[in-house]
Design a protein around this ligand. Structure first.
Ligand SMILES: NC(=O)c1ccc[n+]([C@@H]2O[C@H](COP(=O)([O-])OP(=O)(O)OC[C@H]3O[C@@H](n4cnc5c(N)ncnc54)[C@H](OP(=O)(O)O)[C@@H]3O)[C@@H](O)[C@H]2O)c1
Length: 330
């Protein structure tokens, strides 16, 4: 049976969204604005996810049927010096959320994860079935996010395998949406490039790391859609079609901004392509962030989610156009 249509949700129990002030969290606020099921949005002030007791109290207070976790310790370099905090937020808190959801009849847990769980073990796009890690080659942020993924899967595998046999109706589900290079309402690479392009006449950008820019708005829609659809639990690579280097993305964003009338100091030809080794950082970043999105594409097409699966170029173009519109207004 399709247990997860909204008609079957217990509307006396809210959807709980963690990370309301982040890029994906803000997009979720927009996406869930006029939902017929009550939604509670929580930020750090309402629930500090590094405190287990605070999280447990919130779960007991609201007793949600669906949890969408867009919160994370995302300060990649800073995480190198704060591994305990990163693991508390990125691994322990999702584990507690998963434990809660498995105890709920027809509960759903949507959790966002990252390309940083992969450590350049492949040249082409990673599949969901590829092994993540090796852990010792991941930065602390990547390790903590991978620990979160593993903890969620362990909880569901342990509890739900027996529940499923007992009573399919009550079986809870999880969705781990691995994504990359997120941009939305907040700080991100594209905004940084546009800001620098308005101030400088030259720029050096890394050209040997490749991935797929992903819109926070789109990620929010995918998360809500999966949470409420009849789709199997698991990891899904949630990235648009296509790939680009940071250098290619900088050029694309700056050309788009110029085409929409933004006056910039920097000309695309004045951007210098450099190797990542010439832009040292505390945390190691993957060279290959390509993720194969066929699994997600297939389930979305079966649900008729959108007419056409997006390419990153259309979404970035639209995003830049909106930024330029806002800046021209002000
Ligand atoms: N950004 C990317 O490029 C990227 C790439 C791949 C995957 N992802 C994943 O996508 C998801 C969403 O990312 P995003 O870009 O939306 O991240 P973001 O903008 O950095 O937002 C993360 C949110 O988590 C909150 N948070 C951090 N520590 C917390 C704590 N102790 N208690 C409660 N809340 C806490 C932050 O609160 P404050 O606002 O108070 O700081 C922030 O609002 C994350 O799971 C991330 O790992 C992101």
């Amino acid at each position: 049976m399709s247990y997860s249509s909204f008609d079957l949700l217990d509307i006396s129990r809210p959807i709980l969204v963690f990370g309301k002030d982040g890029q994906v969290g803000r997009a979720l606020q927009g996406c869930l604005k006029s939902f017929k099921v009550p939604v509670v949005f929580l930020g750090r002030d309402e629930c500090d996810l590094s405190e287990e007791s605070a999280l447990t109290a919130i779960l007991n207070q609201y007793q949600p049927q669906i949890i969408i976790n867009a919160a994370a310790y995302t300060a990649v370099d800073q995480a190198e010096g704060e591994p305990d905090l990163a693991f508390a937020i990125n691994a322990k808190a999702p584990q507690l959320m998963a434990q809660y959801v498995t105890g709920v009849s027809r509960g759903v847990f949507v959790h966002y994860s990252t390309d940083y769980v992969f450590a350049d073990t492949k040249q082409d796009a990673y599949l969901e079935t590829d092994s993540a890690g090796p852990v010792d080659q991941l930065c602390v942020y990547g390790q903590s996010k991978l620990a979160g993924e593993n903890a969620i899967q362990d909880v569901f595998n342990l509890i739900c395998s027996s529940e499923k046999l007992k009573n399919t109706d009550h079986f809870s589900k999880y969705f781990i949406l691995r994504t990359s290079w997120v941009y939305g309402d907040g700080s991100n690479f594209i905004r940084t490039m546009l800001k620098l392009a308005s101030e400088r006449d030259s720029l050096r950008v890394v050209a040997d790391q490749v991935g797929t820019p992903s819109s926070a708005t789109w990620l929010a829609e995918i998360g809500v859609h999966l949470a409420t659809a009849d789709v199997a639990s698991g990891i899904y690579h949630a990235v648009p079609d296509g790939e680009v280097s940071w250098y290619g993305l900088a050029i694309f964003a700056i050309e788009a901004a110029a085409s929409y009338g933004e006056g910039l100091e920097l000309k695309p030809e004045s951007i210098q392509a450099i190797p990542a080794k010439d832009y040292p950082s505390m945390a190691a970043r993957p060279y290959n962030s390509r993720m194969n999105n066929q699994k997600l594409k297939k389930v979305l097409s079966e649900m008729a989610f959108t007419g056409q699966y997006p390419r990153w170029q259309e979404q970035v173009d639209c995003y830049v156009q909106n930024i330029v519109k806002e800046s021209l207004k002000s």
